[in-house]
Design a protein around this ligand. Sequence first.
Ligand code: BES
Ligand code: MN
Ligand code: ZN
Length: 507
Amino acid sequence: MSMGWITMEISVESIGDIKGTLVLPFNKGEEGIDSAALSGLGDGLVGQLTKLFADKDVTGKAGERLTLHSPDGKAMLWGLGKSDERTVDSCRSSGAKFFAGLKKRHGKSLTVRPVGWSGEELAAFAEGMILRDYKYDRYKSKNDDDEDDDDSPVHVTIQCADEHIDSLSASATRSAEIASGVFRARDLANAPPNDLYPMAYADLAVEWASDKDSVKVTIIDYDEAIKLGMGGLVGVGMGSARKPCMVIFEMNGEVEGEAPVIVGKGITFDTGGISIKPSASMDEMKFDMHGSATVFGLMQALDATGHSGRVTGISCMAENMPDAAALRPGDVITTLSGKTVEILNTDAEGRLVLSDGLWMAADYNPSYIIDLATLTGAIVIALGHEATGMWSNDDDLGNALVAAGDDCGELVWPMPLTPAFEKEMKDSKIADLRNLGTTRWGGSNTAAAYLKNFVQSRGEGDDKKQIPWAHLDIAGTAWGAKSNVLVADGGTGIHVRTLHHMITEGL
Ligand code: BES
Ligand code: MN
Ligand code: ZN
C-alpha cells in the first residue's frame, strides 16, 4: 500500500502573466474588481466584468461563482462574502471550498489574485487548498478511457503583493509537508479493516521508518504483550484472528530530557465484541483506529518538517471481535499497571488498550502525555462533530491544547475530570476498577476518569505528582463531520496539525 500523496502544485509570485484561468476573489458590496487584479486580462473579459458589475449581476455573496469565457482566456469571479468577516479560519475554509468547487472547465492551471489579504490569510488559503486536495480511491478500478478520471496535478499560481511572496512560498511548502502527515492519517483511517489490521499497521510503521535515521519503530507483538502482562491490549485483541500489538515510534530518541508522548487508540475494527453492536453503521467502526492514525500521521508530519526534538508515539492496536476466545462481560483482567479491571461491557474496549499504552508512556520520560481515542458515542451526543472533547489533569497542558486547536481550526473543548466520575469507575465488588460507568450518564467523562488511573506519578513524598496528561475523545471529529470543509468524506486526519503545531512551537 503506498501512502500519502500531494498532487497540487502551488507557485507564489507577484502579479504578472496569467497562467490558465484567472480567479478573482471579491467581497460583498464591492463595486468592481481592484484594477491591480485585472492586470494582463484581455479587453473582452474586462468588458464582461465591467458590465456584470454595472448591471449588479454579481453580489459577492459567499460561494458565488461565475466563469467567463472569451477568446483571450477565462476568468472566474468568486464571491467571498463580507470583507470584515474574513479571518484566518475563513480563508482556510475558502481555500478548501475553492479547490472542492473546481470543475473541468476551469482547467488544470489557475492564477488566483487575492488583493489586500494579510500574509496569514494567504497562508491559510493555501493550506485549505492543500488539505482538500485528497481522495481515497485506491480500491476503485481505473478506467483509462474516462477523461474525468485524471489524476494529473492542478497547478495554482497565487499572485500577491511582493511583501508576502517569500513567507507565503515558505508556508505553502510547510503546509504541504504537514499535509503529508494528515493524508497518511486519512489513508490509514479510510483503509478497509480486512487490509488494515493490527500487524498490518505495524508493518507499515516499520517500512516507513526503515529509511529514516531519526525514527526507531518497535513492535510489541502478541506473544510479547502476553509476557509483559499487557492484559488490556491482550484481552481486547485475543478474540480476533488478527492479533493485537503495540507500535512504538521513537523520534530523535537520543535527545535528552523530557519530551511529549502521544498515545493512540487503534481498534482496527470494533464490533463491540461479545457485547456486540447493532449492525446499522457498524462499517464506520473501521475508523475506530483514528487515534493511532493520528499518531502515525503526526510522526510523518514531524519528520517531513525536520523536527529535531524527541517525540514518542505509542499506538495500541487490536481488533475487537466476538469469538470463542473473546473477553466476556464478567471477566477480570490484570493490566500492565497491575491494576485489575472488571469487564462489564466488552464494547468499552478502547479504555482497556489505552490502560496499557498510557502506563507504558511513563517509560519515555514524558514532558506530558496526550492520548487520542474514538472513545465514546457519548462525546458525539455532547459536542456533535464540531469539537474534540478534552480532559486534563494539568491546566497548562489543557490550555495549550485548546490554543493549538484554535490556531489550526481543529476545535478542542474542555470537559470535566471530577472526583465523582473517578469514584464511579472504582465501584467494582471484585476488582480495582470497572470498565463501565454505573449509569449511562456522562459516559465520556467516566471514560476519561477511568483512563486517569493509568497515568503514572513521579517524585517522592510531597513532590509526588501525576505526569501532565490530556485525553482527547475524537469520536465526533475523526470522521463524519459534514461541516469540516477540509475533507470531502471519510477520515479527517484530525489533530495531526494541532499536535504538530503544539510540539513544534513548544507550547
Ligand atoms: N468506538 C466506540 C465509540 C464510538 C461509537 C465512536 C460511535 C464513534 C461512534 C467505543 O469503543 C464504544 O463502543 N464505546 C461505547 C462505550 C460504552 C459501552 C460505555 C459507547 O460509546 O457506546
Ligand atoms: Mn467499542
Ligand atoms: Zn471502540
